[in-house]
Design a protein around this ligand. Structure first.
Ligand SMILES: [Zn+2]
Ligand SMILES: [Zn+2]
Length: 281
């Protein structure tokens, strides 16, 4: 029932149907993005990033924690917008009471622009534009790059400078992956650095004239028209589109995307939808 795609250097596994459920696992980054459904194969991941409090993104958090318990694993660390932390925590406390079993869940409230370190990665939350408090997340690494003025020098010269204790490096953020849902596409204007993420996962709820661009905006979602309009601005190795409306069958999503996307962008777009059959469930 799960969809699995390759996106540049990583894979993305899971389910995403707009308004129904979205939950994606990126195993290489040990991270689950949203928990609208809790597939049993997600049990090994120890980090969950929640974008917002709509049920199709957070409704199965209790089930995921239960899966981990069944496997005798601690609850995952749950990163979520600070505005919903108390409510989600209270929901899990209530579940803990109904089960007569304590659930110890580490919740980490996130604020836009405040990076949080996680092992060798950083999580960068940013404000998305939805009808409730919502965040997108980027996972990035801080990489050391030789400063511009030393670029032409030989290894021996660099070595000599190093030995003399000179500061040769600058630190650059390398955004490995960014996750953007549910939001107006305008988030790409307020956070233009997202366009340089190696992998960009972006919602694309509506894809043809059955919902106009204006209707999509009123629902605070992205329309494919808006992605096409910006086709030349995307610089990611892979652009994963997901959160498609169930109005469309999966095969139809693939067909419409291949018909409508300009060639240069189509080569980098990965449609996160089953190749055939119905949406899972
Ligand atoms: Zn949604
Ligand atoms: Zn939503």
């Amino acid at each position: 029932m799960l969809t699995k795609v390759s996106a540049g250097p990583v894979s993305v596994v899971g389910v995403s149907v707009g308004g129904v459920y979205t939950s994606l696992l990126v195993p290489e980054l040990d991270t689950i993005f949203d928990v609208g459904i809790a597939p049993r194969s997600f049990v090994g991941a120890s980090n969950v990033l929640i974008s917002h409090g709509h049920a199709d993104h957070v409704g199965s958090l209790g089930s995921l924690i239960g899966l981990r318990g069944l496997a005798r694993l601690p609850a995952p660390t749950v990163y979520l917008p600070e505005e919903i932390k108390d409510d989600v925590e209270e929901a899990i406390r209530a579940l803990s009471r109904t089960q007569r079993r304590p659930l110890e869940v580490p919740f980490v409230p996130m604020r836009p622009g405040v990076d949080v370190a996680r092992g060798d990665l950083w999580i960068r939350p940013f404000r998305t534009l939805h009808s409730v408090p919502s965040l997108g997340y980027a996972l990035l690494r801080k990489v050391h790059k030789l400063k511009q003025q030393f670029l032409g020098e030989s290894p021996a010269e660099i070595q000599a400078r190093k030995a003399a204790g000179q500061d040769l490096f600058r630190v650059e953020d390398r955004v490995e992956l960014a996750y953007v849902t549910d939001s107006l596409i305008d988030v790409l204007d307020s956070e233009p650095w997202l366009l340089d993420a190696r992998v960009l996962i972006l919602e694309c709820t509506f894809i043809d004239e059955r919902k106009s661009r204006q209707e999509a905006r009123e629902k605070m979602h992205v329309h494919l028209d808006e992605i096409i309009e910006r086709a030349e601005t995307f610089r990611s190795t892979a652009l994963v589109l997901m959160h498609f409306s169930q109005t469309h069958q999966p095969a139809e999503v693939h067909r419409i995307l291949s018909q409508r996307l300009p060639e240069a962008l189509a080569a980098r777009v990965v449609a996160f939808a089953p190749e055939r059959g119905n949406w899972p469930g």
